[in-house]
Design a protein. Structure first.
Length: 343
């Protein structure tokens, strides 16, 4: 009799829990993608990622437009499920936690380096005084341009109290090298007071994302010169950059012979220049047209990809290769840094 009584109490409890979960599902249903069924919400993270990868394989290998369209829908659906899966969010949280631990010593070292180079009193000194003190013109100019350096000497509480407009405009982190960015991230607070719209958290999250980008590029050996260290910190920063050298050996003196007008126009990107004579004129015109049609030189990304497979490779990179910090070209929404991170 006692066992039956216990079972009777357990059944209403189970039914009430089911009803509670149904109410929650109804409440949050509007925030879920429309093509996500209730059954999909119970899938494991591993299964969701497997189905997303299967959709990618179809997109990469199928030549059937209908199959491609269906695979694209499947990919979008499973990608959203993965992004919102609690296990994925926990994975990201742990990855960011490790990222913080791994970079904290380097951030602190960068902070100490910046304080050793840029003293607090510099912000109240004139450019002439700073130059007379031995600072290069390039460094004096950078100090004047980067008001954000002043945060190196503010307490976290002082930074917390700054207005979000001041943070996002007056203390912009745009154009900082990796040392400056590490130092900035080290000195700013994790939380902000009086931030009802989350704009201060967004400012911090953007700094974190940019730093994660720079660190990833550093790990891959892809940092550009000014990203690695601004030229303003070189002792020879005020010296003009060396002119590029061209082939032809060392000149023994004398004036450079005049350049053919058509060739000069071609190299300057202004067309042929004055007409030349005979076959040489035709050749110069043809070369000028060919070079002018190319437009500016291609950027650091290299040649264009091979059609659909290149697009899919790009999508694959965004979907899988960079799930950790940073996600894709911008990094994932840092956990705990505002509403977007929670969503």
């Amino acid at each position: 009799g006692g066992g039956g009584g216990g079972g009777g109490e357990e059944k209403p409890s189970l039914e009430s829990e089911i009803e509670r979960l149904r109410r929650l599902l109804t409440k949050f249903r509007e925030f879920l993608p429309k093509d996500v069924n209730e059954e999909d919400l119970d899938v494991t993270l591993e299964d969701a990622e497997t189905k997303m990868k299967a959709a990618v394989q179809v997109l990469m290998n199928s030549e059937n437009p209908m199959e491609q369209a269906k695979a694209q829908q499947d990919f979008d659906k499973w990608d959203r499920i993965v992004q919102n899966h609690p296990d994925f969010k926990e994975r990201q949280r742990l990855e960011w936690e490790k990222w913080e631990d791994d970079n904290r010593p380097k951030n602190k070292a960068a902070f100490e380096e910046m304080q050793s180079i840029i003293k607090e009193e510099y912000f109240s000194m004139s450019p002439v005084t700073l130059a007379n003190a031995g600072l290069t013109k390039a460094l004096v100019k950078r100090i004047a341009q980067k008001k954000v350096f002043q945060l190196y000497y503010k307490t976290k509480l002082e930074i917390q109290k700054l207005h979000h407009v001041a943070l996002m405009t007056g203390y912009s982190a745009q154009g900082l090298d990796i040392v400056e960015m590490r130092a900035l991230y080290y000195c700013i607070p994790e939380e902000f007071s009086n931030d009802p719209e989350g704009k201060k958290r967004t400012w911090r999250a953007n700094i974190k994302t940019k730093l994660a980008e720079l660190i990833k590029k550093e790990d891959n050996g892809q940092l550009r010169g000014e990203e690695k260290r601004s030229r303003a910190y070189n002792k020879d920063a005020d010296k003009p950059k060396a002119a590029p050298k061209f082939g032809g050996g060392v000149r023994t003196g004398g004036a450079r012979p005049p350049m053919n007008a058509a060739l000069a126009g071609m190299l300057a990107g202004r067309g042929r220049g004055p007409p030349a004579a005979g076959k040489k004129a035709d050749m110069a015109a043809m070369l000028g047209s060919a070079f002018a049609a190319r437009g500016p030189p291609r950027g650091p990304r290299g040649p264009p990809g091979d059609g659909k497979k290149a697009d899919m490779a790009s999508m694959l990179g965004a979907a899988f290769a960079a799930r950790g910090p940073p996600r894709g070209p911008r990094g994932p929404a840092p956990a705990g840094d505002g509403k977007k991170a929670d969503m």
